[in-house]
Write a protein that binds this ligand. Structure first.
Ligand SMILES: [Zn+2]
Ligand SMILES: [Zn+2]
Length: 457
């Protein structure tokens, strides 16, 4: 009897952490933090730690990784299986998480020594994408690129006779990154390999026992193309009114995709870009194995764009903004918590024809979320004053997809049929809504769970 326990990440956005247990053995998928109230952490049961045979990390984002040091604080001595690229990205995320906690006057529940104690093992150096291999005795795994971030992977596990699929954060709609389709047929091929030579073919299963899948956008039906058309319309409107658009984006991730998109979609527009957002292009160019077709050429075209101005300090920013005409400004920090993002807000709020386009997740209480509410006049301030100076800028929230919504979840359910599927990465009401839609369509064995809940497989 295998058991899944949600340590976090289902029925909420953040602290992704899924515990699988069989007898006195355990496996953990992700161990992330939740960026609310100074940081929330998975419901780790310290007594389970000695049972852990392996820990897997799908990608470097804080909501999947920032609680890993807690495992070592509680005595875990094993490895964290992930991609080399993910491990290389983590120090930056640990620093950012530390800054976030301090900004909220919160204590980190672990020390630097616990971060330093993490031992990584690299998936891509152990086995190729799409191939089954044994990582610890009794556990075979297969991984593939998940299209969400360089180094981000999905995982399939073959453990004690059960097939488990974990999508990590998945999108097949990235503008720059490649995603490997999770196909159960190839899981079956794996089962027919040498390890299973004595297993009769009739017992070979092609249905997973458990799938934990990214359903961050709930029942939202939009494709990426729909979102980009919306962004294009919103940008065009501001440019037509001679205004400038500020796009706050995370340092690494959709920012680079949106920059390439903006330069292609608005070839006449001037672009002002924070230097921090350019560095990931060099990192991406050095990782061609994680890129989609044509991505390198598109990135090179952006770098050669004569209308691109890269800025790194206030003097350069003021100089760039002082030029005549509309500009598209890309600043790092998608939730606008950073000083620089707020500085741009102040600069643009001198006139109402400028606008901010937010494109990602907004944590409650973040500056971006407050700016959005203030723009909508729903922060109790009637659109004037509160935390924001002068008059509030028009702020729109049009999500660029880096996760799955209804059409994507549907497609994954077809590609990875499973007896039990857990919808992850969205708050409970959104997950429940998606569950209802899928049930109406005839899908069975689908669950909307909350942290602390268990499933017997
Ligand atoms: Zn992510
Ligand atoms: Zn995530």
């Amino acid at each position: 009897m295998m058991q899944l326990t949600i340590w976090g990440g289902a029925g909420e956005h953040g602290r992704s952490s899924y515990l699988l247990q069989y007898k006195d053995e355990a496996i953990l998928l992700d161990c992330g933090g939740k960026k609310e109230g100074g940081g929330q952490y998975p419901l780790i049961s310290p007594e389970v730690i000695p049972q852990l045979k392996a820990v897997f990390l799908s990608h470097a984002h804080e909501d999947h990784s920032m609680a890993l040091p807690l495992l070592y604080k509680h005595g875990y001595e094993g490895e964290v299986w992930t991609s080399r690229v993910t491990a290389q990205q983590l120090p930056g995320y640990f620093q950012a998480w530390n800054r976030y906690a301090r900004s909220q006057a919160a204590e980190l529940p672990y020390g630097d020594e616990h971060i330093a104690a993490i031992r990584y093992a690299y998936l891509e150096e152990h086995t190729f994408a799409g191939e089954w291999s044994s990582v610890v005795s009794g556990l075979r795994i297969k991984w593939g690129r998940s299209g969400h971030l360089p180094g981000a992977v999905w995982l399939a596990l073959d453990w004690h006779g059960k097939l488990v699929y974990f999508s990590g954060d998945y999108t097949g709609e990235s503008g720059l990154l490649a995603a490997d389709e999770p196909r159960l047929e190839s899981i079956r091929e794996g089962r027919e390999g040498a390890d299973d030579a004595r297993r009769p073919i009739s017992e070979t299963r092609c249905i997973a026992d458990l799938a934990i899948i990214d359903a961050a956008y709930g029942a939202n039906p939009d494709s990426q193309a729909v979102r980009l058309a919306e962004l294009e319309r919103a940008t065009e409107e501001v440019l037509r009114a001679q205004g400038s658009v500020l796009y706050p984006v995370p340092t690494s991730g959709r920012g680079q995709e949106l920059l390439v998109w903006a330069s292609e979609c608005f070839p006449e527009a001037q672009l002002i870009v924070e230097r921090a957002l350019m560095e990931p292009f060099h990192q991406l160019a050095a990782l061609p194995e994680w890129l989609g077709a044509g991505a390198l050429a598109r990135m090179e075209a952006l770098l050669a764009n004569g209308r691109l101005t890269i800025v790194a300090d206030e003097e350069e920013r003021l100089k760039a903004l002082a030029r005549k005409g509309s500009v598209l400004i890309f600043t790092n920090d998608g939730m606008m918590q950073s000083e620089v993002a707020r500085w741009y807000y102040q600069q643009l709020s001198v006139a109402a024809h400028h606008a901010i386009l937010l494109t990602g997740h907004l944590a409650a209480g973040s500056f971006g979320e407050m700016a959005l509410r203030s723009s909508q006049g729903s922060d109790g301030s009637n659109g004037s004053g509160s935390i924001l100076t002068r008059f509030p800028l028009p702020v729109q929230h049009i999500r660029y997809k880096v996760h799955q919504g209804l059409p994507d979840v549907r497609q994954m359910l077809e590609r990875v049929p499973s007896r039990t599927t857990v919808l992850a990465h969205a708050v409970k009401p959104r997950t429940d809504e998606l569950l209802e839609v899928l049930r109406d369509e005839g899908y069975e064995g689908i669950y909307s769970l909350s942290p602390g809940e268990r499933l017997i497989l």
